[in-house]
Design a protein around this ligand. Structure first.
Ligand SMILES: O=P(O)(O)OC[C@H]1O[C@H](OP(=O)(O)OP(=O)(O)O)[C@H](O)[C@@H]1O
Length: 274
């Protein structure tokens, strides 16, 4: 099987089929696959940071079909809009299903995603294969090399944290919660459901760090409960407000390369595929 790595700085599997990709002046992504005789099965990989990245996946899929590729797999570790998995207020879209419906229409043999926000993504996506965050968290803890407790930041994370703990041999879990105003997105009311953390090294585990407000707010609440060192383990590092505030508060910030490459002090980036 051959691979078509659409992001030149993200090549998780061997070398890529040769291609040229660009955006026309009208804003439309375009691809020209240069290699011929690419066989019957191809896996496309890409990091979806924008609708144009998504568009490039679609035009690449069409190009492969026109080259008689019979089996096409897709590896998009960050599933776009996986967070928009429910309609919070009237007038919003159920965006995760919008993306899934378009991909389902392509007839992929398999679509592999990494640690999607909730079980809604694999539920709406045909032929979905989910890579859980278990091994990623394990690698982070192997780097920390200290006794730690796992911190579940909110309701969404709580559904997964006990499975992570079980995979790691039953590491203690502390549950936390936050309030997010569904109209404005503002965060408040961070709560830690443990009275005294006894100076233990607290490792927050979550799927996405976007602006980081969840983790900055929670770090404060954990310190008030006598937390020791703090580390942050997030599968998808968007870090839309930069990393300075996070790296000041956290001993180490761990993430994968599912969304973008990061080269900053205090951040350890572990490849999403070894
Ligand atoms: O870096 P931030 O800007 O704070 O965003 C990251 C947070 O947002 C998402 O959860 P969300 O708030 O949507 O809640 P949920 O997990 O309960 O769905 C995600 O799971 C993180 O917890």
């Amino acid at each position: 099987m051959k691979y078509l790595h659409l992001d030149p700085s993200f090549a998780p599997y061997t070398t890529s089929i040769d291609f040229e990709a660009f955006v026309f002046n009208g804003g439309e992504p375009h691809i020209k696959i240069k290699d011929q005789n690419i066989g019957e099965e191809v896996t496309i990989t890409h990091r979806i940071n924008s609708f144009n990245d998504f568009g490039l996946v679609l035009v690449a899929t069409d190009a492969l079909k026109r080259m008689d590729v019979k089996i096409i797999n897709l590896f998009i570790p960050y599933f776009p809009a996986a967070r928009q998995d429910r309609v919070m207020v009237s007038g919003e879209s159920l965006s995760v299903k919008v993306y899934a419906d378009i991909l389902n229409a392509q007839g992929y043999n398999q679509i592999t995603v990494f640690d999607p926000h909730s079980e809604v993504t694999p539920a709406v996506l045909n032929n979905a294969k989910v890579i859980q965050n278990y091994d990623f968290v394990k690698q982070c803890l192997e780097t920390i090399k200290e006794e730690v407790i796992l911190i579940s930041p909110d309701g969404g994370a709580l559904k997964k944290i006990y499975k992570v703990s079980e995979y790691l041999g039953g590491i203690e879990v502390v549950e936390c919660s936050k309030k997010r105003d569904v109209k404005t997105g503002a965060l408040s009311g961070f709560r830690v459901y443990e009275e005294d953390l006894q100076g233990k090294h607290c490792v927050i585990v979550d799927d996405i760090c976007d602006g980081g407000g969840t983790f900055l707010g929670l770090a404060q609440a954990l310190k008030e409960k006598n937390a020791g060192k703090l580390s942050l383990v997030v599968s998808h590092g968007i870090f839309s407000k930069g990393l300075d505030s996070l790296t000041q508060l956290f001993d180490t910030v761990f993430t994968t390369n599912s969304f973008r490459n990061i080269n900053e002090e205090g951040v350890v980036q572990i490849p999403v595929v070894k």
